[in-house]
Design a protein around this ligand. Structure first.
Ligand SMILES: [Zn+2]
Length: 111
């Protein structure tokens, strides 16, 4: 079974072109990562088979020009449930459709 990213709204596997990182062996580092995931998945519990993909780490945590994580890297880049609409808008290439979506979401919000 392929590993998938445990981050909220992600779930990517190596087939999606991401690099997956296993949770650290160090107990303190492990719970740091777990707490970061729990900010958007409150009831989630990490296991030794849990992985996160490279999209959740700032570039400052990688060795320059590689996808190799520095020791002590902490995942800080996560989608939040309430930010989902912005991500959706970003991937819309058709601007008229994007405007329509924006207008309809505005209506929903101002109800
Ligand atoms: Zn991910």
């Amino acid at each position: 079974m392929p590993y998938h990213c445990v981050a909220y709204g992600c779930g990517k596997t190596a087939e999606d072109g991401v690099t997956l990182f296993k949770f650290p062996k160090d107990r303190e580092e492990f719970s740091k990562w777990e707490r970061q995931v729990q900010r958007t998945r409150p009831n989630w519990v990490a296991s030794s088979a849990s992985h996160l993909c490279h999209e959740h780490f700032g570039w400052e945590y990688f060795y320059p020009g590689t996808l190799k994580l520095r020791v002590g890297a902490v995942p800080t880049v996560f989608d939040r449930p309430d930010k989902k609409i912005y991500k959706y808008l970003r991937i819309q290439h058709d601007s008229s459709r994007r405007d329509a979506i924006f207008r309809s979401s505005f209506r929903t919000c101002s109800k």
